[in-house]
Structure formats: C-alpha cells, structure tokens
Design a protein around this ligand. Sequence first.
Ligand code: TXA
Ligand code: MG
Length: 322
Amino acid sequence: MIEILSPTVAGIARARTLLLAGELVAFGTETVYGLGADATHAEAVARIFAAKDRPRFNPLICHYPDAELAFAHVRPNSMAQSLASLWPGPLSMVLPRRPDCPVAPLTGAGLDTLAVRVPAHETTEALLRATARPIAAPSANRSGRVSPTTAAHVVEDLQGRIAAVLDSGPCALGVESTVLDLTGPQPVLLRPGGITLEAIEAVIGAVAHEMPETSRPRSPGRLASHYAPQTPVRLNVTNVADTEALLAFGPEVPEARLTVNLSERGDLLEAAARLFQELRWLDAEAPRHGMVRIAVMPIPRTELGLAINDRLQRAAAPRPRS
Ligand code: TXA
Ligand code: MG
C-alpha cells in the first residue's frame, strides 16, 4: 500500500524519513508530480527506474530549495546566474557537475552534466529543506503513460511500487519544466515547458532549438545516448582474453587480470546503481594495465537488466573516433 501523506509538518517529516532510508516518495510540484529519491543514494535512484519500468536510463532532474544549494553541485555560467531570477519556477538548467558533486552518477545517466531545478511550491520547498539532500525526480508515471497532476493519478500508476505520496493537491501548471542546456557557448532548448522561451530570451537573449535527431547529429556528449567509454566494449563474454578487463555480474566469474563485479549476489538493482561509476573506473584503469578492451558478462534482460543492457549495447556500438 502507498502511504498517502498530508502536506503538514508530520507528513513532511514522514516523507523525509522514507527518503533518507532510500525509499521512493512522490510529491507534487507546480508542474507535475515527481517520483522522488535521494539523488546521492545510488540504489534509491535505481529504484526510480525500476518503479517506472523504463527500458533505458535517462538522466533525471535534481531538485533544490534554492539557487545557492543547486549551484553548489553544478558550475553556473553567467547565463545560469541570470536565469536564476526565474527560480523558483518551472525551469531546469543543464550545467556541468562540480568535481565534488555528491549526486550519484546514475542520477545523471553517467553524464558530466546535471539538470537542476528549484520548484515553485511551498510543500516541495519544505520537503527539500527537511531532507537537506538533492532529490532526483522524474514525472511520477509508469513509462509510456501521461504525467500525473494529482496524488490519485500517482496511486493509480505506481500502487505497490513506491512507499508514499505527499499529497499537496492538484498541480497548478500541469506541464513539465522547460529544460535548457547551458553547457555550450549557446543555450539550447531541450524541452519546451512551463517557462516560455520568451521569458528565457528576455533574460539571456537568443536560444537555439534542439534539432530533431534525423536532421542533424547532436553534439557528442551533450546527450545521454552519446556517452560511451573510450575503451572498446565486448558483450556477453564467457571467456576473457589477456588484454581484456572484466565487468562481471553474479557469483561465478571467469578468470581475468582486472575485474570489477557489478553485483556479486546477482542483484540487478545493485548492478544498476553501480553501472556508470564502475564503467568509468574500468575505462580509466584498463589502459593503465595495458588492456585494450572491456569484456562484459551476460546480464539478464529482466527488470532493470533491460536498461543495463540498453546502456551497455550503446557503449559497445561502433562509433566514429573523436
Ligand atoms: O517539471 C518537471 O521537470 C518534472 C518535475 C517532477 O520536476 N520532472 C520531469 O522529469 O519532467 P523527467 O525525468 O520526466 O524529464 C526530465 C527531462 C528529460 O527529458 C531528460 O532527458 C532531461 O530532462 N534531462 C535531465 N538531465 C539532463 C542532462 N544532464 N542533459 C540533458 N537532458 C537532461
Ligand atoms: Mg516524464
């Protein structure tokens, strides 16, 4: 059963306890209901993807009670500093992560960037201050369904999959936040949303539109689909070559000179939580040990295994050299 929490001091305190214990709590914002987890807790974030039934990892927005706390985790440029005048509000800014950013790599789908947002909602702000953690929250719907704007929608969609929903009434806007990429010299609109382009352009001038995938290749590294290790990747490996580092899964592991196990007990949630950090670690370590490839053991294609396999397949796909 989902606990329905009221937007009171007691309800917020209960939501905080659950979030800090790594549980999922949905909450209302001015845009739509979000499915929240402690963004620094990798397994809690993995639970978000499991609850949503998404067959792939997409980067999540981190929520903060104010701009100062948001900018402690990312590096704002002068455009971002100016746009903070639109916060609190339905604007998510994609910015480079700071080196000491405590947000789990899975939250940003392994990217060097992070989307941050300060929602305009009293109860949300109180919750964010109470937890004192960045809260990762995609819209609180199952994959392929519409975004929820009431607590009842959340219950309908996620019954039995999450711990609680903080019922702060219907969402005022009903459309998601505008997502703006500020990592390049020119700002790029990634998703239209609650804050209009006009409002943004009034602050920082012209904004480019993300081109449809078919008409032009997107800048490498800008989007999740382009993140891949430098070291070539070979999948579904049962015998590891001398020149290969091994990304293992489960209790029975073939011989290799350099091995990282995503989950010795064969737990997909644990594997998902560790995937990006371990892949990056191997990518950095393998060449230092004279290894030319990352070999990956088979990972079951069930539950979170679907998203893990999707990401590994992208990492293994042939790509142009940069
Ligand atoms: O209004 C909202 O934004 C709601 C509420 C709960 O805050 N959240 C929401 O999250 O709509 P979600 O996960 O459904 O959509 C997040 C969007 C996705 O299109 C994702 O690709 C993009 O933001 N995004 C997040 N982080 C990104 C990053 N580092 N780079 C590029 N795009 C990013
Ligand atoms: Mg969504």
